[in-house]
Design a protein around this ligand. Sequence first.
Ligand code: HEC
Length: 130
Amino acid sequence: MKKVILMVLLGVAAQAGAQTVDGKAVFATNCAACHQASGAGIPGAFPALKGNTFVQGDPGAVISTVLKGRAGMPTFATSIDDEKLALVLSYIRQSWGNKADAVSAQEVQAVRSQSSAGEVIKQEQPTNVH
Ligand code: HEC
């Protein structure tokens, strides 16, 4: 039995290793429908990420925006893990002529834990105790 489990685990690990996930691929799957592969967005609907000062600014703000979503943009907190989010955010900060520091999975994790801690506190606050 243990052997079977080990073999399954090895199989999964091999598959994961074979996939080459990079920021461009994560962007193509999750973001390009709105922001476009060119990063130019669609004027009036989806902002350009290319040449965007917010995108190239404080990494914490960019991470938090993509985790939480904003206006017409969905939240990605549950659909993209820390590593992939770091890859895609580094990609948008360093593509189409953008020049900003890469984002690490640790930074994403830090912002994620701050905001989820906030949510938990909000949820656990009793609204009507009287
Ligand atoms: C369903 C369409 C949609 C998808 C998919 C989408 N976005 Fe957005 N995004 C938007 C819209 C709309 C806004 C502008 C929100 C607003 O009005 O503040 C936005 C805003 C942003 C901003 C802030 C830009 C600024 O100037 O303030 C960033 C950064 C961003 N998106 C990154 C991403 C990334 C990275 C992905 C993929 C993981 C993604 N978006 C996927 C629609 C989308």
